[in-house]
Design a binder for this molecule. Structure first.
Ligand code: 2AL
Length: 173
């Protein structure tokens, strides 16, 4: 018999790494250093479920300041980043169903983004995974009718969902 050593799971690596390496594993989930630090400080986790529970509880405290901080990791819908950074790669995957070759759609999204930024003062944020460009445009037009407070809550909810999706991508590859 030949015992083959199994590669450690991402959770085991996360639990055992030094703080810097552990932070690097989850950094691209959301650009909020306080969330990253608290998640790392909460180690070790007995399961991904336990880790996720802590991540969700931390995210529930986010307000406008955190939302603005996080937007650096979320390029505009329709402006798929070409970079090699982990954030850029994740974003490309999430926006994969947005057909940027459709000129009419691309123009409508660009105008929608500009209108949204003029009204709310920050980039339009949506959990894009699985949504077509038309779905996203529809959501943008619906959310343009919200008042600023409602829309901040909606954007925060979208940010929490993107963060969780990215976290699942790290630990349940
Ligand atoms: C994004 C992004 O990069 N990934 C995603 O789900 N949403 N950006 C955005 N402005 O909503």
């Amino acid at each position: 018999m030949c015992a083959v050593a199994e590669a450690p799971t991402p959770l085991v690596r996360f639990n055992q790494a030094d703080s810097q390496a552990a932070t690097a594993m989850i950094q691209a989930c959301v650009a909020i250093p306080a969330w990253q630090d608290a998640l790392v400080a909460g180690r070790p986790y007995s399961s991904f479920t336990a880790l996720k529970k802590h991540a969700v509880a931390l995210a529930a405290t986010w307000q406008t300041a955190e939302l603005n901080q996080a937007l650096s990791a979320h390029p505009r819908i329709g402006e798929r980043p070409t970079g090699k950074s982990e954030e850029a790669q994740l974003s490309r995957g999430e926006q994969a169903a947005v057909n940027t070759a459709d000129q009419e759609l691309a123009q409508a999204l660009a105008k929608g983004n500009a209108d949204y930024e003029a009204r709310f003062g920050r980039v339009f944020l949506i959990r894009a995974k699985g949504l077509s460009g038309h779905d996203i445009l529809q959501a943008l037009q619906r959310r343009m009718k919200s008042n600023p407070e409602q829309e901040t809550q909606e954007a925060l909810e979208q940010l929490r969902q993107i963060t969780l999706l990215r976290l699942e991508g790290v630990f349940l590859p």
